[in-house]
Design a protein around this ligand. Structure first.
Ligand SMILES: C[S@@+](CC[C@H](N)C(=O)[O-])C[C@H]1O[C@@H](n2cnc3c(N)ncnc32)[C@H](O)[C@@H]1O
Length: 273
């Protein structure tokens, strides 16, 4: 993994706390919706799942707690340590393994998994060839009929995030946004963690096309947070149970609407081998 973007990504994850992210703000919506979209298609336990780019283990440990055999792979040492620590907190349902590795070269044999999660690598790998290599690796390790969940960040996420979170007018953000909108190549030379790290931001159809180019049949292309992450008072909607259900129901109604897919922070392409 020796290029500048990888170096930047490592620097970012040393400073940003990935372990607590999904429990804060609108990331709670990302977590709940991603769980829903995993369970929508995952066969009943026990299955064998590879969580590639599994970070600190939020999805891997949850899936292990449901009785699945889960292997987590991530290139950031701190993430693998955090995932192992979370796993020890659930001694009856630990992760089967948590190892350092790269989505482009998985340490697993062919036809050995029922499901592969790629919730990170497809936006961190900035070159299309690398993303296709990662997707072909997922295809190789899956059994026939196995499923992949590939997450992308929307091409328009920087625009919407900067408008709703008040940093659109910051001069050092202007060139970052300009390049995002023009070509999806997100580069953050500023060191400001609010601007994320080097990444590639997909158009929805581009993400779906990468799955099919790697040999998958597309099961669905779906908005994760939809426009819910832009809610003016997200905490209120999320913390009042009735409002949370209303929000989730509304987002589900438009989750496949092509005109709205790019308004979601994350887009999920689900594919079958
Ligand atoms: C934003 S985190 C997401 C973590 C978790 N999957 C989630 O959805 O909350 C992105 C993860 O992708 C991992 N990642 C980046 N490049 C990768 C690669 N080439 N292979 C595997 N994982 C990678 C990062 O280390 C990080 O843990």
């Amino acid at each position: 993994m020796a290029d500048t973007s990888v170096h930047e990504m490592m620097r970012y994850y040393t400073a940003a706390d990935e372990a607590s992210r999904l429990g804060t703000g609108w990331f709670q919506l990302e977590y709940a919706r991603t769980q829903e979209l995993i369970l929508r298609h995952l066969p009943p336990a026990p299955t064998t799942i590879l969580d590639v780019g599994g970070g600190a283990g939020a999805y891997a440990c949850w899936l292990a707690s449901l009785g699945h055999e889960v292997h987590l792979i991530d290139p950031v040492p701190n993430h693998v340590e955090q995932a192992r620590a979370s796993s020890t907190q659930q001694p009856n349902h630990p992760l089967t393994s948590a190892t350092l590795g790269d989505a482009r070269e998985l340490p697993h044999s062919s036809q050995s998994a029922d499901a592969v999660l790629l919730l990170g690598p497809l936006y961190h790998l900035t070159k299309r060839d690398d993303r296709l290599t990662a997707l072909r690796e997922a295809h190789r390790v899956l059994r026939d009929g196995g499923l992949v969940w590939g997450a992308g960040i929307s091409r328009f996420a920087s625009l919407l995030d900067s408008l709703s979170n008040g940093f659109f007018d910051q001069p050092e953000f202007a060139p970052i946004l300009e390049r995002d909108l023009a070509e999806g190549q997100h580069r953050n030379p500023t060191g400001n963690l609010n601007y994320f790290t080097d990444a590639f931001f997909h158009l929805p159809d581009e993400l779906a096309g990468e799955l099919t180019d790697a040999g998958f049949d597309l099961v669905e292309l779906v908005a994760v947070e939809g426009s819910g992450w832009l809610a003016r008072d997200f905490a209120h909607l999320w913390n009042v149970p009735q409002q949370r259900e209303r929000l989730l129901a509304a987002l589900r109604k438009v989750e496949h609407e092509p005109a709205l897919l790019g308004a979601s922070s994350h887009i999920l392409a689900i594919g079958r081998k």
